[in-house]
Every structure is written in structure tokens, then in C-alpha cells.
Design a protein around this ligand. Sequence first.
Ligand SMILES: C[S@@+](CC[C@H](N)C(=O)[O-])C[C@H]1O[C@@H](n2cnc3c(N)ncnc32)[C@H](O)[C@@H]1O
Ligand code: SF4
Ligand code: SF4
Ligand code: SF4
Length: 297
Amino acid sequence: MEGRITNIQRFSVHDGPGIRTVVFLKGCTLRCRWCCNPEAMLPQPVLMFNPQLCIGCGACISVCPTGASGTEKHIGVERKKCTGCGSCAEVCYAEAKYKRDRFLAAEELMEEVRKDLSFYQRTGGGITFSGGEALLQKEFVAEVLRLCKAEGIGTAVETCGNVPWENFEAVLDSMDLYLYDIKSTDTEKHKVYTGAGCERIMENCRRLREAGKQVIIRVPVIPEFNFDRESLTGILRFAETINIEEINFLPYHRYAENKYRYLGMEYWNPGVERLDKGQVEECLREIETSVRLKVDG
Ligand SMILES: C[S@@+](CC[C@H](N)C(=O)[O-])C[C@H]1O[C@@H](n2cnc3c(N)ncnc32)[C@H](O)[C@@H]1O
Ligand code: SF4
Ligand code: SF4
Ligand code: SF4
């Protein structure tokens, strides 16, 4: 069994306790307009192209099997023809064309994860699965979890929750912590901005808590979507009903804007400004709750 992975990020301190290795898996059941990992959201292999690095050598044209690499006068990627095979990236000396997708067996991934074993032991860290939606690849994640548990490595997942409950069951015994996104409790709005309603997401979260699992709710705070007191209060009230102790708010950022260009995708709304920590704290001010609230940034 191999996992489809876009990136492995070592020494992360934002995705669970201690120092962590974050593994980004491909494919997602949502299409959040603001998603900061579009290359992971897409299940298929994708080529990225940064025209600013291109030196116009033309090497990518002759190796492309589908004629998607453009012409000498106009180097590019014709997305309709491109299969994401990566032949052009292999010959691109300037690294203007590149691919992040990798297929790794569980044991191969463990070789990367073990490199930081001593840091996990010293800081209470471990592995965090992210993506995309990591739980779509439940068999692979379950296999890696078994290996981690056998070696005493801590485990966590960042999940959007929009998968069948069976996908949670597959990992339930060996996942230490769920960093669980509740983006909105308004299902119609959720559907418009992410492509799916939020009933199943909230139900799965409730079931995790009933199973006694440790859950931290995370909320990306997005202008036009949920950056208002009513929306955030709705999420807080839901969290209270299932005895959540902590919510992390993630102010909207636009770090991914260039990646959209490199993938030939449109960025959802270039006019929407990023938020800072203070703006989110101000929006949360005077909301009474027993839940511990943390704003990143
Ligand atoms: C890329 S997601 C991957 C995990 C999972 N798919 C999810 O949505 O929870 C990781 C985290 O980044 C957050 N996120 C995504 N795009 C963001 C953006 N533009 N600004 C702030 N947070 C963002 C998500 O809400 C989630 O908490
Ligand atoms: S990834 Fe493959 S199909 Fe796409 S442009 Fe490169 S060589 Fe052509
Ligand atoms: S191989 Fe790379 S640098 Fe050369 S033309 Fe193609 S994209 Fe540009
Ligand atoms: S659920 Fe997560 S990975 Fe999927 S589109 Fe939304 S932010 Fe991106």
C-alpha cells in the first residue's frame, strides 16, 4: 500500500504538541475557496510552473508526450492536455516546472519520520497527518499509525471531518489527537463556500467526543464567510455541547496565492485582504464561553 503525498514538513510547531513532522496527503472531499493547499486538494498528479524561473531553454517541449508544454515562443502548460506525468520537470534545470506528488510506502515514510525521533521524545511531538483530507487514505494512514505506535511516536491528524464515520473508525485506536476543523455551523453557507454541507462534519465530531477522543477544534476565520460574531458564536456553542476544551482560530492568509498561479488555477477572490490576530480577537471579544480560545498569528 502506497500513500499519495505532496509534502513532508519537518520541525513544525503549529500542528499538535511538541516538534512534529507533518505529512500532506492528496485528495479532499471539500473545495474550500480559500484553501492554502490546492496541490493537496487535487487527487490527480499535477505539474506546477513558475514562469519567473523559466530561462526559455525549450528542453521541456521535446519531452512532453502530449504537446502540453507550449512552444519555443510561449513556454507554458496547456492544462487540458497535461497528464501531470512530470517528464518536463525532470529536464527542467531551472526548476520552473516541478512536481510535488510522491508515492511512498508506509515504511518509506517512516524512514523520514524517524529522522526526528529524538526531537519527538524530548518535546512530546510526533507525526501529524494533513492534506488535503488525510482520512481519505485511511488504510495507508492506519498502517503508518501502527508503525508509529509500535515505536512510541505521537500521532495527530488535521481533518475537515467530511468523510464517512468508517474512515475515523479505521484510525480510532491509534490516533492521539484530532485537530478538527469546524468552518461553519450554517450548512447552506458551508455548501456554497466549500462544496458540501456541515451536518456530517458536526456529527463525526460529536461521535469522536462520545468515543472519548481528544479533539481540538480549529476554525479558519475567513472574510465574507465566517468573520462575524454570529458565525463564530455558532461554532463556540456547538463546541460547548460536546465539551470541547480548546478552539484554535486561524486568521485568513493568502500565502497560497502564487501556488494557484503555478497550478493554472484562479485564486478565489484577490480583493479579500488577509486578517491579523488582533482583528479576530476583537471579533471574539465579550463572547462568554467556558472553552479556551486561542488565536494563531
Ligand atoms: C489545508 S488544511 C488541511 C486539513 C483539512 N483538510 C482541513 O481543512 O482541516 C489545514 C488547515 O489550514 C486551514 N486553512 C486552509 N486555508 C487557509 C487559509 N487561507 N487561511 C487560514 N487557514 C487556512 C484549514 O482550515 C485547516 O485548519
Ligand atoms: S507534466 Fe507531462 S504532460 Fe504535462 S506538460 Fe509536463 S511533460 Fe507534458
Ligand atoms: S525546461 Fe524549464 S526553463 Fe527550460 S523552457 Fe521548459 S520550463 Fe523553461
Ligand atoms: S478541507 Fe482542507 S484541504 Fe480540503 S479544500 Fe478545505 S482547506 Fe483545503
